[in-house]
Design a protein around this ligand. Structure first.
Ligand SMILES: [Zn+2]
Length: 184
């Protein structure tokens, strides 16, 4: 996702409706996002959006550090017990999220036409609109064999990382959309 129009359509896919956008959507560019988030630039949610949608290197670093702390806390509470692997998982999941690519089947929409001509959930991505990533790159990042990784608890820990990042992103997007429309 590289522009606000796509961002807003993603919000709509998740049932979040944006009202009137001042200035009209086509005029919005990455700089507008940065400006809209300017007041809260040091907030993790703002850094997260700036990192992903405006390629802001400073924000990418700032949220990356914040994310490592969140993963560390989770690892501590759940006794993951391998600091190096925890660190690798935090770095890998963050890079994967930053780089998330659209599903090639539905082109990021999350739905597709069924043979009967109805709109149905995309089977390739389960309606997320994102390209599914297999075990291989995660196992490699953690320095494990594919087999060893699949049987280990790390394969569910990446699941936590992914859903936590998406949850935080949606919450930040919602906050951003409120900011844009002046609603509270
Ligand atoms: Zn899809």
């Amino acid at each position: 996702m590289s522009n606000p129009a796509e961002m807003l359509s993603m919000l709509a896919q998740h049932g979040i409706m944006i009202g009137h956008i001042p200035g009209g959507m086509p005029d919005l560019v990455a700089l507008d996002i940065a400006a809209a988030l300017g007041m809260a630039h040091d907030q993790p949610g703002a850094a997260m959006l700036l990192a992903k949608y405006t390629m802001d290197g400073y924000a990418a670093h700032a949220f990356g550090e914040h994310w490592k702390l969140l993963v560390d806390r989770r690892a501590y509470v759940e006794r993951w017990g391998n600091d190096n692997r925890t660190r690798s998982l935090a770095e890998y999941s963050y890079a994967e999220w930053l780089d998330s690519q659209k599903c090639r089947t539905c082109k990021g929409v999350g739905s597709q036409m069924t043979p009967e001509g109805k709109v149905g959930k995309c089977g390739s991505c389960d309606g997320t609109g994102l390209r599914k990533i297999g075990d291989r790159p995660v196992a490699r990042a953690l320095g494990m064999s594919n087999e060893g990784y699949r049987k280990s608890p790390w394969s569910s820990r990446i699941g936590w990382c992914r859903s936590e990042l998406v949850r935080r992103e949606l919450s930040a997007l919602l906050e951003f959309s409120r900011h844009l429309t002046g609603r509270q």
